[in-house]
Design a protein. Structure first.
Length: 381
């Protein structure tokens, strides 16, 4: 039966940690920012805590380099290249304008140095050199970028080049940028720690400073990426972690370096000041169960794909409620992993999270007697 066409009933669940029902308090409004678009998400749940035009296409400028970084990190993880690999610098990479690492044509530079040059110095030359090393040409690498974007779930992005050089068909959204930075942190934590914390980088006797100035002013900020062109404005993505909670903020289209810094800081502080995150269900833990007709078993455990986390107003965990939308009737066979419904987590009347629910095990068709008996019983349900 098609998931979208099923009739549902609600199963109300009680959070194990709730000892009393707290009176919900209003959620404070997020700061109003003079930016083209912005978003603030909770890292563990992906939940949006604040947003303005977060799914509107924007020119990402050098924030594009996050996607190039993701692919290079993935190639390293897969063993397809090493940090010690020596990359011969092409004339195209050497001639790149804008931000530069100042590599020289024909020289050999390690992948490690090029990553520092791309992430810390935002070098367009280093970025193109890495793209060519991975894929042969930058245009082929752009194809990789679009393939990876689909795998990650970046639904509002399309890439034409590796560095973010302006092009009408090259775009992202603030929400996609936040998803991408989160994916880097989640999938490549050691490489993220190695490269994104660096405040300065020296190559060819030229010292350059990370343009993410929040690294100096806020100890909880441990990485991100800036971007700027005349048409894109000043953009910044940043991740910060305080007291076990990580949030990711993206601000695009501001009018100055100071503006992108202060507005991103305002989002981060809002998230930490007014929200905390909590763990509701372990990965694989039964969240609900549903009656299955005509099967070799009668009750089916319902689970989420991984752990269930949620961000909620600080101090208000006991005011959370959960309910599971599940089919009103379900007949065998049912395959493990089949999508069955949705877990809704609410604070007052506001839905904080909608988590897909799946069958926790296989249930095959029962014997002929079971099927005939259940056929009759289902008519009275």
């Amino acid at each position: 039966m098609n998931y979208a066409s099923r009739m549902f009933f609600l199963v109300f669940l009680f959070l194990a940690s709730a000892s009393a029902v707290a009176k919900p308090l209003p959620i404070p409004e997020p700061p109003s920012l003079d930016a083209r678009s912005y978003v603030l998400i909770d890292f563990d749940s992906g939940q949006v805590l604040a947003a303005k035009d977060a799914d509107k296409r924007i020119e990402p400028a050098s924030i594009t380099k996050l996607m190039t970084t993701y692919i290079v990190f993935d190639e390293i993880k897969k063993g397809n290249l090493s940090l010690d690999d020596q990359v011969t610098i092409s004339e195209k990479a050497w001639r790149m304008g804008g931000s530069k690492m100042f590599i020289e044509v024909g020289s050999k530079v390690s992948v490690d140095q090029l990553l520092h040059g791309m992430i810390t110095a935002s070098g367009n030359d280093a970025t193109v050199a890495l793209a060519e090393y991975v894929a042969g040409t930058e245009s082929t690498f752009a194809d990789y970028m679009n393939q990876y974007a689909k795998e990650i779930g970046l639904t509002g992005s399309h890439f034409v080049d590796a560095s973010g050089w302006p092009h009408e068909d090259h775009y992202m959204t603030a929400h996609d940028i936040a998803r991408l930075l989160s994916a880097i942190i989640r999938n490549y934590p050691n490489l993220y720690d190695k490269y994104f914390h660096e405040k300065k980088f020296t190559y060819n006797n030229i010292e350059q400073y990370n343009r993410n100035s929040l690294l100096w002013s806020d100890d909880s900020v441990d990485g991100g990426k800036t971007g700027h062109t005349e048409s894109a404005g000043y953009c910044l993505s940043a991740s910060a972690k305080r007291e076990g909670m990580r949030v990711v903020a993206v601000v695009t289209g501001t009018h100055s370096n100071n503006a992108r810094k202060s507005q991103t800081a305002a989002l981060l502080n809002y998230g930490f000041r007014f929200y905390e995150n909590g763990h509701l269900f372990d990965a694989g833990k039964q969240i609900a169960e549903i009656r299955v007709w005509k099967g070799d078993k009668t009750m089916l455990p319902v689970v989420a794909d991984g752990a269930v986390n949620v961000a909620f107003p600080r101090g208000q965990r006991d005011a959370l409620t959960t309910s599971a939308e599940l089919p009103s009737q379900l007949s065998a066979p049912v395959k493990k992993g089949e999508r069955l419904g949705t877990l809704n987590v609410k604070y007052d009347d506001k839905v904080l999270a909608e988590v897909p629910l799946y069958a926790g095990e296989d249930i095959v068709e029962g014997g002929i007697i079971r099927q005939l008996t259940d056929e009759v019983m289902m008519m009275f349900e």
